[in-house]
Ligand binder design. Structure first.
Ligand SMILES: [Zn+2]
Length: 428
């Protein structure tokens, strides 16, 4: 990518906030598009597309609010709904339903007076056709449609012509098909009269509260996530055009470039004293200095999440498991330095405490009074503190590298056997 507009960190505590709402706002207008992704955990087009909308688009006029991962637990589990179908809980919900807090919160967001139009993103089965052709291509399929509950919202002045808007979106998508059979259409469920199940859905809740709402359904039968994301983004862009929302993206909207973007996992910062680059990270890392509880993980990727099970922390990007961290519990030291001096290929530099440092041949940590340095994968006889020693690549045990290419190593700082911070050194 040529440049990245926003370096954003979504704070993701282990037992995290109810919904992650990212607001992209300008003060020229109150018109706001609300994009809701990930209501169903096994529909990756529906959550990777809004994640890209957050990290690779700049909104230049009006407002876009984005929730990339409404049903986080189900996304990590890659299931439609670990607590049942969340999209059937918008008419009534049981008191003890585990999705209750999320559903209440998203309802409140939908009803926010600022919100002008709502999109609920899905990957549906098959390819919708008006006439029956096969079990995959037929009128009961959801894939490749813009779904509306009814033709019009009589009382809503702006964007009330649901049918016309959906037709324009379908037309736009159809002008950029990757394959003819991917053709897009409008599917009107005529919810009020014909569809009891859909009366329980998010879009119907919105529509019955006079909020224009649409579902975008790409097909589960598309051959790759990049294709699903491609169609989701095409549809979202046309909604932005219809609403007069100006935007800029930092890539070409092609399947190939989306495929590249989907491989970017970004970074995670833990307790503000450890940073790992998640691209190319080994799938299993052990002896990670964490607190026994209350660890805070911040991901640069909007779909970054963590789950703790049997003492191991699993890091996710959407439904993808990226790494398992086996902790070694430490207390955190107080009053640690915010930066350190390193000698890199013979030249002294000052770096922040969680720096990711590049070197060609060697590095040396400049000693700090009262601090012990532990270089993971390095052993020097008679040295408990490994600062002040020149370390070359061949002195390091590659088994302890943190990346699959075995080029990156951990440098840990301790004070009175309490953990301060970790930097990493990468041999180019
Ligand atoms: Zn769905």
């Amino acid at each position: 990518m040529k440049f990245i507009f926003t370096l954003l960190f979504i704070s993701q505590l282990l037992y995290s906030n109810v919904i992650d709402l990212v607001k992209r706002e300008n003060n020229d207008s109150n018109t706001t598009l609300l994009v809701i992704g990930g209501i169903h955990g096994n529909e990756p087009g529906g959550y990777f597309a809004p994640a890209i909308l957050i990290s690779h688009y700049k909104i230049l006029s009006k407002n876009v609010w984005i929730i990339p991962n409404l049903n986080k637990a189900s996304i990590m589990a890659y299931k439609r709904g670990v607590n049942g179908d969340m999209n059937r809980k918008f008419a009534t919900i049981r008191k003890n339903d585990k999705d209750k807090e999320i559903v209440q919160e998203i309802k409140k967001t939908i009803l926010n007076p600022k919100v002008s139009l709502i999109l609920n993103l899905h990957d549906g089965h098959g390819f919708y056709r008006r006439n029956y052709d096969s079990t995959v291509f037929n009128p009961n399929a959801w894939g490749q449609t813009c779904v509306i509950d009814q033709c019009k919202l009589e009382t809503t002045k702006e964007f009330g012509e649901l049918d016309k808007i959906a037709s324009r979106v379908a037309k736009h998508v159809n002008s950029k098909l990757l394959h003819k059979k991917h053709q897009f259409d409008v599917r009107n469920t005529k919810t009020k009269f014909d569809d009891e199940a859909m009366q329980l859905s998010l879009t119907y809740f919105a529509v019955t509260h006079n909020k224009p709402a649409f579902a975008i359904e790409t097909s589960k039968n598309l051959s790759s996530v990049s294709q699903k994301v491609y169609y989701q983004l095409l549809a979202i862009e046309e909604f932005m055009n219809i609403m007069g929302i100006k935007y800029k993206r930092d890539f070409n909207l092609t399947e190939k470039e989306i495929k590249q973007i989907l491989k970017e996992y970004g970074k995670v910062t833990i307790n503000d004293n450890i940073t790992f680059n998640l691209n190319g990270i080994k799938s299993y890392l052990s002896y990670i200095p964490l607190k026994s509880k209350g660890n805070e993980f911040k991901f640069s990727h909007p779909l970054g999440a963590v789950k703790k099970k049997k003492g191991v922390y699993t890091l996710y990007i959407g439904n993808k498991k990226i790494a398992w961290l086996k902790p070694q519990y430490f207390q955190l030291a107080k009053d640690c330095p915010e930066s350190f001096k390193f000698e890199i290929d013979g030249k002294e530099i000052l770096v922040p405490k969680t720096a990711q440092i590049d070197t060609k041949k060697s590095f040396k940590v400049i000693p700090v009074d009262g601090l012990r340095v532990n270089i993971i994968g390095y052993y020097a006889k008679g040295h408990k503190n490994e600062s002040g020693l020149k370390v070359t690549y061949n002195k390091l045990n590659k088994k302890f590298s943190i990346d699959k290419k075995e080029k990156t190593f951990r440098i840990e700082f301790y004070k009175d056997n309490k953990f301060c911070s970790m930097s990493t050194v990468h041999f180019k």
